[in-house]
Design a protein around this ligand. Structure first.
Ligand SMILES: Nc1ncnc2c1ncn2[C@@H]1O[C@H](COP(=O)(O)OP(=O)(O)OP(=O)(O)O)[C@@H](O)[C@H]1O
Ligand SMILES: CC(=O)N[C@H]1[C@@H]2OC[C@@H](O2)[C@@H](O)[C@@H]1O[C@H](C)C(=O)O
Length: 396
């Protein structure tokens, strides 16, 4: 029998380790920076035990943000720029990982694997592109080979394609992490992540997997951020100061809420390809509200995010439920206050009480998906794709 090549042998050795040190990387739709979570795993599937050893978000500089924004969610993107960014982001993320490890005084050789989400630059489920003959599609760039070669660490990346190949929309993948780390017998739970886009996982206390639902809900921070950039030259509404200085415009709010996406059956996914500045302006035109103040606009968009979440939860889940929030939007007090008022019977906390740092949750998710890719088995959760995801990149 021929021997395994050294990469495959190393892969098998890592997969069989009782304890694995992993780095999860997430760069989300808000483009604020790279989330880096250093985790330790033992076990797999429902027996997974994890601890977060370190976490940081390394902010992107303005030049990098502009470069990515030039192609992000744009149908007319410059293909050469996409090609360059695919390699560049891989190398750049690798540098940021090495920087974080140096700051933490950790030798890269002690890390078993990196699990990298990459940067989504376009998300096109059929519900969005509507082009006959084409499947659901999504594109994350920042190639794993560059990360593996530059860091010397086995890298698992490009998780979303398998989900699509097996019939999904490529998102939300939070489902797989939330089921493993977030469910509790006897307690109906919602894990709500408010990033650029808001998504949730419903985990019933009876652990009936056919009732589990994981779906995007609509915009989280993306429209609020877009309006802050356009009218206040600010990246986001820090501590909701702008929202609190404005008032809700009811005509605009009901126009925003009337978009057909909110009537579509879940699970469903979306992104800034739909929810963007042009979407806001079109709704303002239709509701005759182009003249409202920028403060009222930010306030109305914040109310829009909160209302879509409360409406979805009220319409779909039982009243006896606990909600655990994560993502940058969990710091938007206007949105969180509105959720508490809109869901008076729901106990709302953040995921920290579950031992999951709310800022780190998505980076932890990818580390966990990497652990499953190495040593898990596909888990059947209702009608969701029963798959292990991720592609392997070797350092040498
Ligand atoms: N103090 C704060 N006040 C208000 N909003 C905040 C605050 N801190 C963070 N945010 C919001 O959180 C956003 C960043 O959230 P996060 O990092 O979870 O997004 P993401 O991971 O890029 O998104 P996604 O999950 O959609 O991919 C910021 O752009 C901002 O809108
Ligand atoms: C295509 C894509 O990048 N989608 C992201 C985005 O950000 C939030 C929401 O939209 C979610 O569907 C997804 O990310 C998380 C990590 C997920 O897949 O669960």
């Amino acid at each position: 029998m021929l021997p395994l090549n050294h990469n495959l042998q190393k892969l098998v050795d890592i997969a069989r380790k009782d304890k694995k040190i992993a780095i999860g990387l997430m760069s989300g739709t808000s483009l604020d920076g790279l989330d880096i979570a250093l985790c330790r795993f033992s076990g797999n599937g429902l027996q997974t035990k994890f601890s977060l050893l370190q976490f940081t978000t390394i902010p992107y500089d303005d030049t990098f943000k502009q470069e990515v924004k030039a192609v992000f969610a744009r149908r007319d993107a410059d293909l050469e720029k996409v090609c360059l960014l695919n390699a560049y982001i891989g190398t750049y993320h690798a540098e940021l990982v090495l920087q974080a490890l140096a700051d933490w005084n950790i030798n890269p050789k002690t890390v078993d694997f990196i699990a990298s989400h990459g940067q989504t630059i376009y998300h096109a489920p059929k519900r969005l592109h509507k082009q006959a003959g084409y499947p659901n599609a999504t594109l994350q760039i920042g190639d794993g080979d560059h990360i593996a070669v530059k860091t010397g660490i086995l890298t698992i990346s490009d998780f979303r394609q398998k989900h699509i190949a097996a019939g999904g929309e490529g998102a939300p993948l939070a489902l797989y992490g939330d089921v493993l780390l977030g469910s509790k017998a006897g307690e109906n739970r919602i894990l709500l992540n408010i990033g650029g886009i808001a998504n949730l996982t419903y985990l019933p206390g009876d652990k009936d997997y056919t009732k589990i639902l994981c779906t995007d809900i609509g915009p989280g921070n993306t429209l609020i951020d877009a309006a802050c950039r356009e009218y206040f030259n600010k990246p986001f509404d820090e501590d909701s100061r702008i929202a609190y200085s404005g008032k809700i415009n009811d005509a605009l709010l009901s126009e925003l809420l009337s978009h057909p996406f909110f009537k579509e059956i879940a699970p469903k996914t979306t992104g800034p390809e739909l929810f963007n500045l042009a979407f806001i302006k079109a709704a303002q035109e239709r509701s005759n509200t182009l003249g409202i103040s920028a403060e009222d606009l930010v306030c109305t968009l914040s109310a829009f995010t909160a209302t879509t979440i409360t409406d979805f939860i009220t319409a779909n889940f039982p009243a006896d439920i606990k909600l655990f929030a994560s993502g940058g939007g969990a710091r938007n007090i206007y949105v969180m206050d509105s959720l508490m008022r809109g869901l008076p019977d729901v106990e709302i906390q953040d995921t920290a009480v579950l031992g999951i740092d709310p800022d780190a949750k998505e980076a932890i998710l990818f580390a966990l998906l990497g652990n499953e890719a190495l040593c898990g088995e596909p888990i059947k959760i209702g009608d969701n794709p029963t798959v292990l995801m991720g592609k392997f990149s070797f350092a040498g």
